[in-house]
Design a binder for this molecule. Sequence first.
Ligand code: TRP
Length: 338
Amino acid sequence: MTTPSKTRVLTGITTTGTPHLGNYVGAIKPAVAASKDPAVDSFLFLADYHALIKNHDPAQVHQSSVEIAATWLALGLDPAQVTFYRQSDVPDITELTWILTCWTAKGLMNRAHAYKAAVQTNEEAGEDNDFGITMGLFSYPVLMAADILMFNGGKIPVGRDQVQHVEMARDIAQRFNHHYGEHFLLPEAVVDDNVAVLQGLDGRKMSKSYNNTIPLFEGDKKLKKAINKIKTNLLEPGEPKDPDTSTVFQVWQAFATDVQTATMRKEFANGIAWGEAKKQLFELINAELTAPRERYNELMQHRDYLEKTLQQGAEKARAVSSPLLAKVKAAVGLKPIA
Ligand code: TRP
């Protein structure tokens, strides 16, 4: 096994839905920043095979890939500096998935949170345990393991909910290495506690499933409208307000410098009107998003450029995956007769 000289940081983005402000603050911004570190070799990919687990609408599956590719590039991901590709352009990953599937204990998959949650939902609804559960959902952690192991990804930045999957990838790699010799680097999940989990309009975690998101690139009018909908209490202008229980303040903090945050804290104590706080919040966010939004709109008009960029990324990715897959296949006995 050859260990890459730089730390290889790898993460996948499931291509469902349109990115919102919570995705930007919680995932895209830190990943783009990390990708600029010269000591890091970033592998970032559109997990479009993962999208098929949740979404069976071809137009949506496709559109989401286009939007997510354009979003990351608009926000400064430099395709020359990183390896940015679409999972489905690297068939080595799905080939490896099968080989790993044959080394994955069914019992391990039974313990996966996403699968267990689906079973529990069925139980509560009085349905058969397996109702609506595809093999895609059940064996999704194997595909994720192949995503990681195919590139010897060492550090895997993920949200808390994904740590278990990275541990499963480690487990699968260990079993394989034990039987066939060292082929795979054992990956480690990296959870960044400093990354803000942005609150949504209703104060819960911003998430498409709660329908409480603030759009990222839908234009300044929609941005303003969404910010005006952030839930507040009924305190009047002039009445002191508590920043630490306020979504307006929490979102402010995610975009502001320390000095701007301290200033806003004082404004809250001085009784800033909700309307004024929201106006300032809109201006702060809009200032940061205006240039990327223009790039995004431009990229969405240049689909040939997006496609070419992803193809070039896939070529870079395949240069890494195909020699390793060839070795793995030979190790398990899949090789030419002579
Ligand atoms: N399952 C991850 C998520 O839903 C996305 C993903 C797919 C991923 N493959 C990966 C993340 C490999 C890290 C590494 O967020």
